[in-house]
Write a protein that binds this ligand. Structure first.
Ligand SMILES: [Zn+2]
Length: 270
């Protein structure tokens, strides 16, 4: 009887020890995998992140960048706004990107963008390089957020673009007409073009005027510096886009669109 109880106690003690070991092992594994497994989609857009910075090195921040098929909940928000059911582009031809950027306060933020699948990997690489160089971007959300600010039903797609520009928002895909030709489809309509820091980098007509917000402050392009967010030929942002085969609206003859970059090889709209 006594021996039996003794054996029982010994077994219970062993079982408890085993259970503690398993618990510790599970906890340890969970902790170490948590540190490595970053899911950028689980981080709310616009969140300021303190756990990474450009100085952490790309091994630490690469996992925060990603290109995904358009998630269902994002697609629901795009329908009837940036995505038109009768448009020439299919959901499968687009990608949803998560990109880190350094905002004007120097904080690391989670941004989002929708682009054509054909240039998605290049766009991720471009913004990863810009982040590593601490290049500042004001804001980066989908243009869908601005459709609700448009009061009239007419021209919602071009008006939403204006609202995004007023907010100095960096964005790409929007199924809409070209800014300079209402009869032509914009390259933004296929996700081949990106507008970056649009307030400081306005669309300027050939006669030197611009309809951009506070545009007069940004018309003298000889004042462009990385610090004042005005893009110039040879600066790190323009050079990085060109390295990946993008063209820049600042190089156009006649009208110039300083905020505008587009995929050079894929811009034919049929
Ligand atoms: Zn543009």
């Amino acid at each position: 009887m006594n021996k039996g109880i003794h054996e029982l106690k010994k077994r219970s003690a062993l079982t408890a020890l085993l259970a503690v070991s398993v618990c510790l092992a599970v906890t340890f594994t969970a902790c170490s995998s948590d540190e490595k497994a970053v899911d950028p989609l689980a981080i709310e857009v616009g969140t300021v992140l303190s756990e990474v910075s450009p100085e952490s090195g790309h091994d630490a921040y690469d996992a925060y960048f990603g290109s995904f098929e358009i998630p269902d909940e994002i697609f629901e928000e795009m329908k009837g706004k940036s995505f038109k059911e009768d448009g020439r582009i299919r959901r499968e031809e687009l990608r949803y990107l998560r990109l880190l950027y350094v905002n004007y306060d120097g904080d690391t933020c989670m941004g989002e963008m929708v682009v054509n699948a054909a240039c998605a990997d290049d766009v991720v690489s471009i913004f990863r390089e810009l982040y590593g160089a601490s290049y500042q971007i004001k804001k980066m959300v989908r243009v869908d957020n601005y459709y609700d600010l448009v009061e009239t039903d007419d021209d919602r797609d071009t008006e939403s673009d204006d609202q995004s520009i007023y907010d100095d928002n960096t964005s790409a895909f929007n199924y809409r007409a070209a800014s300079n030709n209402p009869d032509a489809l914009s390259n933004h309509a296929l996700g081949f073009a990106i507008d970056l820091n649009p307030v400081e980098n306005p669309y300027v007509f050939a006669d030197g005027t611009s309809g951009g917000p506070d545009a007069e402050k940004y018309l003298d392009r000889s004042k462009a510096t990385t610090q004042n967010h005005m893009l110039a030929d040879g600066d790190i942002c323009v050079e990085t886009f060109k390295k990946y085969g993008f063209t820049w609206g600042g190089d156009w003859e006649g009208d110039k669109d300083y905020q505008h970059f587009e995929c050079a090889e894929k811009t034919e709209v049929q």
